[in-house]
Design a protein around this ligand. Structure first.
Ligand SMILES: [Zn+2]
Length: 331
C-alpha cells in the first residue's frame, strides 16, 4: 500500500530568478540575476595576476537569449576550465550586473551549469527559452543585431524620442571631416596629474596650478584632449567630442606634443600641427558613440562623444557582408 506524502518545504530548492538580456539592460550595476542563454562566443582563458600576487584565470563568454540580444559574461577561476562550446545552452546562477564602455555586462560569482538538450525539465522558463533558441532563425536574428550599425541621420532623427535622463549608445561607421584646432578653439585642457583625479586645474601664479576638484597644487599639469570634431557618413553629419585616450589614438600623439606645437613660434611647428590635425580626416572609422542630453546656459542639446574608435578594416567588412549574404537563404 502506498501513502501520499507532501513535499518537505524545509528542504531548500534551487530557486532561479531568470532574467532575459533585455531585462538585464534595465538593471542597476551590482544587482544579482540568473539567466539562461546560448553560447555565441567563448574566449580562451587568460591568466591574470591579482593585486595580492595570486594567479587567477579569467575568461569571457558572449551569450544570447530569447530576447535576441547579446551580453558578455566574465568568469573567474575554476569555471574557466569548463569547455564552453558554441551553441550550447547554459544556465548561470548569481551573475552580478556591471557596465563596461556603456554596455551592460555580467560577472559570474558562483555556479554555472552547462547543458545541451537535457536541461532540467522542471524549470518551465528554461524549457520555453530553450525551444525558442533551438530555432535557426533566432540565431540569425542575433547575428544580424550584433552587427547592427546606425546611420548618423538615424541618430539625429531618433533624438526627440530618446529618454533625456539616460545615456544612449550607438555603433556607427563614419569619417572624420574636421577637427577644431584654429587659434580660438581649445582642443586640450590642463588636468590634475593625480591618477584618480584628472580634473581641470587653474593657474594661481606663474608656473603653478591648483586642481578645482582635489585642491592639489602642481607645477606639472598634464594636457588632455577635448577634441571637438565633425563626423559624417553618406546620410548626414554630427559634431562629437573625443577625450584624451581617444584623441591620442585618433591623432597618434599625446596632447602634450600638440600643446607644444601650438605654443611654438616656429613655422615648422605650426605646419606640423596642421598636418597632424588633418591626417585623420577623410578616413573611415568604426565608432561607438554615447549620446547624452545636456542643458548649458539655458540651451538644451544632445551631445555625442566617441567612446571607442578603430580604423575601418576593409577585409573584415567584406567578411561580415559575405556572412550576412550567406545567412539570407533563398525561400
Ligand atoms: Zn585633482
Amino acid at each position: 500500500m502506498f501513502k501520499e506524502v507532501y513535499d518537505d518545504n524545509s528542504i531548500p530548492m534551487d530557486v532561479f530568478r531568470f532574467h532575459t538580456i533585455s531585462q538585464i539592460q534595465a538593471k542597476e550595476s551590482g544587482e544579482i540575476v540568473d539567466m539562461v542563454g546560448i553560447i555565441f562566443q567563448s574566449s580562451n582563458p587568460n591568466e591574470i595576476t591579482a593585486r595580492n600576487g595570486d594567479k587567477v584565470f579569467r575568461k569571457n563568454l558572449t551569450l544570447y537569449d530569447a530576447s535576441l540580444q547579446v551580453i558578455d559574461i566574465t568568469l573567474w577561476g575554476q569555471s574557466c576550465k569548463v569547455n564552453f562550446e558554441k551553441n550550447k545552452m547554459i544556465i548561470f546562477k548569481n551573475l552580478k550586473v556591471g557596465q563596461y564602455l556603456g554596455k551592460k555586462c555580467l560577472v559570474s560569482i558562483s555556479r554555472t551549469v552547462v547543458i545541451t538538450k537535457d536541461f532540467p525539465m522542471h524549470v518551465k522558463e528554461v524549457r520555453e527559452i530553450a525551444e525558442l533558441l533551438e530555432e535557426k532563425s533566432t540565431r540569425q536574428e542575433v547575428e544580424k543585431k550584433n552587427n547592427q550599425r546606425y546611420l548618423l541621420l538615424d541618430l539625429i532623427n531618433m533624438q526627440p524620442n530618446l529618454r533625456k535622463s539616460e545615456r544612449h549608445y550607438f555603433e556607427v561607421t563614419a569619417s572624420i571631416i574636421h577637427i577644431q584646432s584654429d587659434s580660438l578653439s581649445t582642443f586640450y585642457y590642463l588636468s590634475c596629474p593625480r591618477d584618480n583625479c584628472l580634473k581641470k586645474v587653474v593657474d594661481i601664479s606663474v608656473d603653478c596650478w591648483k586642481c578645482l576638484n582635489c585642491h592639489e597644487i602642481t607645477r606639472t599639469p598634464k594636457p588632455r584632449y577635448t577634441l571637438n570634431m565633425m563626423i559624417s557618413d553618406f546620410s548626414g553629419s554630427l559634431w562629437v567630442n573625443a577625450f584624451d585616450s581617444i584623441g591620442e589614438s585618433i591623432l597618434g600623439h599625446p596632447a602634450s606634443h600638440l600643446k607644444h606645437l601650438r605654443e611654438s613660434e616656429r613655422d615648422d611647428d605650426k605646419q606640423e600641427l596642421m598636418r597632424i590635425m588633418k591626417n585623420p580626416t577623410s578616413k573611415e572609422f568604426n565608432m561607438r558613440l554615447m549620446m547624452k542630453h545636456e542643458e548649458y546656459k539655458g540651451r538644451e542639446e544632445w551631445k555625442g562623444s566617441i567612446l571607442k574608435i578603430s580604423p575601418l578594416e576593409y577585409q573584415d567588412e567584406a567578411k561580415k557582408a559575405l556572412q550576412l549574404l550567406g545567412s539570407l537563404e533563398l525561400q
